[in-house]
Design a protein around this ligand. Structure first.
Ligand SMILES: [Mn+2]
Length: 336
């Protein structure tokens, strides 16, 4: 069907378990994102088009930004425990979820009593099952579901295409994250050709900032400081500044939008003391050569080379000094 080189590699046991069974139970993970929602919904719509039954649920509420997706109301709000009692399925499908802590808030995790199929693109996936397809070469679980539907010879309708595009655009940051590769770009093109609503996905994911959130960035922009050598920027937000705002800003959103995007710099940071005596920091690099996890680790944090964070049990002023000391230490070693 596809005259392009797209490597398909759904393991046979996973494929067989889907072909040979009729009913499935699947979740969107806690704090559901575009990839989790889009890939789960696309797989449901695809499998139902060939006569299978797929129940989908989430322990958290599905966020507003996904409300435009076709059949989004099919997600039940339920705990894993209740979903297992209510829905009598042959197979439990786990998508985009590296651990049980992303599937249920509750411990201990209830016994499944049905086979678990685990499809995920996180390299640190810990779900234990022989029916696993875990491969971090894929940008998103939505990209994996695209291959799965193709191998099952299921027609990708415009509705399915929209759900998959939503997942790919979500996890690649609209093709700006480093996980964007030629396959994710090619598949997105195919999904757009199949009638996927690319523009609506873009609007929901990249053009829907809350007005009050942006207004709350005012002190963060005011406090934005360029380092003396010009190689990085940082900004801060004090408890007093937060108290003067209508809304407390999400520093991750500010970091994504501003902090790793300043001309001439290598990276940036934002530090905020939202709770008295606790300072959280978000780090973003501007170029793949700069690994901000090096800074995060010195501040007992972690993350990805392009985006990392830390949490210090210190007031802002001290935390800022720790951050500047960590940067200076790494700069002297030539590491950043
Ligand atoms: Mn994902």
């Amino acid at each position: 069907m596809l005259a392009i080189n797209i490597f398909m590699s759904v393991p046979t046991p996973v494929l067989k378990s889907i072909i040979e069974n009729d009913s499935f139970l699947a979740h969107a993970h806690l704090g559901p994102d575009a990839d989790s929602i889009g890939s789960t919904l696309a797989l449901k719509l695809g499998l139902e088009s060939v006569g299978k039954v797929v129940h989908i649920y989430c322990e958290d509420t599905i966020p507003e930004f996904a409300s435009f997706l076709p059949h989004i109301d099919q997600f039940a709000v339920s705990t894993l425990e209740d979903a297992l009692k209510i829905y009598d399925a042959d197979i439990y499908l786990s998508l985009d979820s590296a651990k049980w802590g992303l599937i249920t808030h509750h411990t201990p995790v209830p016994e499944l009593h049905l086979p678990l199929v685990n499809i995920d693109h996180h390299s640190d996936n810990h779900l234990d099952t022989p029916l696993a397809w875990v491969d971090s070469q894929y940008s998103s679980t939505a990209e994996m579901v695209f291959h799965l539907l193709n191998e099952l010879e299921i027609d990708i309708t415009p509705q399915i295409a929209t759900c998959l595009l939503f997942g790919i655009l979500g996890d690649t940051g609209a093709f700006q994250n480093l996980n964007t590769d030629s396959n994710s770009l090619r598949i997105a093109a195919i999904l757009k050709d199949k009638g996927g609503d690319y523009i609506q996905c873009l609007i929901e994911l990249t053009r829907s900032q809350e007005f009050l959130e942006l207004k709350a960035w005012q002190p963060l922009l005011e406090n934005l400081t360029l380092s003396s050598d010009g190689s990085f920027v940082y900004s801060t937000l004090s408890p007093e500044e937060i108290a003067s705002l209508e809304k407390s800003p999400q520093i991750g959103l500010f970091a994504n939008a501003i902090i790793g995007k300043i001309n001439g710099t290598k990276f940036g940071a934002v530090l905020a003391e939202k709770q008295s005596g606790i300072t959280k920091g978000a780090l973003r690099s501007r170029h793949p050569d700069t690994d901000v996890t090096l800074i995060a680790r010195l501040l007992s944090g972690g993350g990805h080379p392009g985006a990392a964070g830390f949490r210090l049990l210190k007031p802002l002023k001290e935390a800022k000094q720790d951050f500047l000391n960590a940067v200076e230490y790494l700069q002297k070693q030539g590491k950043i």
